[in-house]
Design a protein around this ligand. Structure first.
Ligand SMILES: [Zn+2]
Length: 295
């Protein structure tokens, strides 16, 4: 693969100076190449399309990079002043496309404070970067469905007819930042993908729906428990509130329903019995679940 190294020509220096208030001379800055991202399938079974890389090339111009070991350090930031999508002629991705990557040129101001960092980059220690961006669509590699509009049932990473499903990240619309990471997450450039609001909203909606369902379930359970307490009292006023409460707490929703129905049935029978006979032995008490458990 061709090298990303470059010589700072007058033309490139002009590009640097588009971002600088004072006109910088070549010896006042340190410039270096970085690979921001590529079209290889990553560990999340996602990959950028080549078109997405081209769009990102535009979006990353002028974006600042940070160095994770010292994010607060002064003069410890670099800025991208030029980008280019390079397509390899001798490498094919696992998805069968020619390998393409977003190559960028960055610069830092040479100061006493940035000297150590420059030495590290020069020495090849700080080579891995991660990027943060938003994309509009995630396309299923198996059927072409847009996962954000009409999701299909294919699962990322699963195999379908000998092909591994991955999501193709398309239409990037914003690039936030890039950073050097101490421990590379990937073989090539590490990519941190930020999904756009649509996904966040869906997730938030799902979470609130779940919370609502839990709340409703809780309310239904409490109502059922109250009803059981009332029926228990009607059935046998000697049963204490505490005992019924203790028993109902440990029952599932379905068990509570069953108990309530049994109680209603028993109460009906008790009513019939007391009407039919003047002196009932009330054998039902021993069959009644609550009194059974109480013993
Ligand atoms: Zn699909």
């Amino acid at each position: 693969m061709e090298s990303n190294d470059f010589i700072l020509t007058d033309e490139l220096l002009e590009k640097v100076n588009k971002f600088s208030r004072a006109k910088l001379a070549a010896d006042e800055i340190y410039t270096f190449p970085v690979i921001l991202c590529d079209n290889e399938v990553d560990r999340d079974y996602e990959r950028f399309s080549i078109d997405a890389l081209r769009k990102l090339a535009e979006l990353f111009i002028g974006k600042t990079g940070i160095f994770d070991h010292n994010p607060k350090g002064e003069n410890q930031t670099a800025r991208i002043f030029d980008t280019e999508v390079k397509v390899s002629t001798d490498r094919i991705t696992s998805a069968g496309e020619p390998y393409a990557y977003l190559s960028a040129k960055a610069y830092m101001i040479r100061t006493a404070k940035s000297a150590d960092l420059i030495a590290e980059i020069d020495g090849g220690i700080k080579k891995e970067v991660s990027v943060s961006c938003s994309v509009k669509s995630h396309i299923c590699s198996i059927c072409g469905a847009d996962m954000k509009k009409s999701p299909c049932t294919h699962i990322k990473g699963a195999e379908y007819g000998g092909k591994i499903c991955s999501y193709i990240l398309n239409d990037p619309f914003d690039a936030y930042e890039w950073s050097f990471v101490a421990i590379p997450a990937q073989k090539n450039a590490g990519v941190t993908k930020t999904y756009d609001n649509k996904y966040d909203k869906d997730y938030a909606a799902l979470k609130s729906e779940l919370a609502q369902a839990k709340k409703e379930n809780f309310q239904a359970r409490e109502m059922l428990k109250k009803e059981i307490l009332r029926l228990s009292f009607l059935y046998n006023p000697l049963i204490t509130v505490k005992t019924v409460g203790f028993l109902t707490n440990s029952l599932s929703f379905n068990q509570l329903l069953e108990l309530k129905e049994n109680l209603e049935q028993d109460l009906k029978e008790k009513e019939i019995n007391s009407k039919g006979k003047t002196n009932t032995t009330n054998k039902n008490i021993n069959e009644f679940k609550i009194t059974k458990k109480e013993n």
